[in-house]
Each structure stands twice: as structure tokens, then as C-alpha cells.
Design a protein around this ligand. Sequence first.
Ligand code: CTP
Length: 220
Amino acid sequence: MVRVLVTAGPTREPIDEVRYLSNRSSGRMGYALAEAARRAGHRVTLVSGPTCISPPAGVRFVPVTTAEEMRRAVRRVVRVADAVLMCAAVADWRPRTRHRGKLRRETRPKPLLRLVPNPDILAELGRRKGSRTLVGFALEPGATFGARGPLAGRLGPAERNARRKLRRKNLDWIVLNGPEALEGDRTSAAAIARDGRVLVFRNLRKAALARALVGLVVGK
Ligand code: CTP
């Protein structure tokens, strides 16, 4: 039994009381990972931004909204985690100020959004990794998994970026996928290990990909 922390979904960064900045993310891949890990007999905590899906049964569920809230929840749970699957689409930026009330159409001067960077939660975990297994996800717009994809042994820019993130964040694995992963139930992905191994999964249902990834990176 492994204690697994999964993060999922987008974060929301408030602009005013009714608007926010966010990422396109359904949360389905992260929820599928949490479910697969639980079914494999692991103890799972799922820290999730807002989604429209219900958390899998048997999983400890920690709902959050902003990146800062996700960071706090992750830092609390990670102390008792052996493996972290950081699948959440964390907003890299947030508005510097949250406008009180609602910004009105007639607001003058016209509102200007000033953004400040959010913390890189995964990179922070990488700096205090210990013996934990750390897995990141990289969404790269140009990722392809056909004949010219990672299996062809040629480094495309998507794979190069994913490998850079793997090193920079001090991860054991990074899972590369393309924007088609954002919607729908099927996706392709490549799992790239710190030791150089590359495994490609083509056009799988997210539940099947989740089972394969959990078996690969978490094990029994
Ligand atoms: N991540 C994180 N905290 C952030 C941004 C990203 O923990 N503020 C995590 C994601 O959950 C994912 C990994 O880092 O596991 C890679 O995220 P991605 O958005 O692809 O990379 P970035 O580091 O944001 O780089 P870039 O914006 O240049 O693509």
C-alpha cells in the first residue's frame, strides 16, 4: 500500500466577485488517476480545483479553489505521501488585486488586469523531494504521438520542453500530453522517466491510461 496524493482540475484566480482566470481542465484525468490508485489498493488523497465530476468513492477529498489554496493543501498532505501525481492545471498567474464587488461595464478608467505569478507547487515539492515519487504532467500544444512522436527517437520541441520540466522540477516522471487531452474521454500520452525511459500510450480512454500510469509510476 502506497500513500498517494493526486491533484486535479483547474484553479480559479478571482478577478472580482463573479469573474476569474482559469485553465481549460475537466479534472477527468486526475479523478481517473485517483480512482485507479485506490482500486490498486493504495490510500489516496485527491486535492482538486473546481470540476463538474464527483470524487471517486474511497478517496479522501480536499476541494480547493485558488492556486494558493491548492499549495497549502498539498503542503499539508505531502508530509504523509509516498507518491505525488500532480495532474492539476494550476493557473500560472493571478490578478494582483481582487476587485471588491463586480466590475461594471461602465467602470472608468477601463479595468486593466495586472497579473502576478503563482507559486510553482510542483517545483517546490521537487526541492524537498526526499524518497517520494514525484510525477508531473506537461501539456504541450505541439505534442504528437504518431510515427513522428517520442517513440521515433527524435526530440520534438514538445518532448524537449517536457524533459526540461522533468529536470527543472526534479521529478521522477513527467507525463506529456497534447491539448486533445483537455476534452473528451480518450487521450494519448508519453510517460518520460528521469532515467530516460519513454513509454507511449496512444488513444486510450482516460481510465485505461490512468491504470497504466498508476501501475508504472506507483506500482503495487
Ligand atoms: N504546476 C504546478 N504549479 C504551477 C504550475 C504548474 O505545480 N504553478 C505543475 C502542473 O500541475 C504540472 C507541471 O507543473 O504537473 C507542469 O505544468 P505546466 O503548466 O505544463 O508547466 P509550467 O511549469 O507552468 O511551464 P509552462 O507554463 O512554461 O508550460
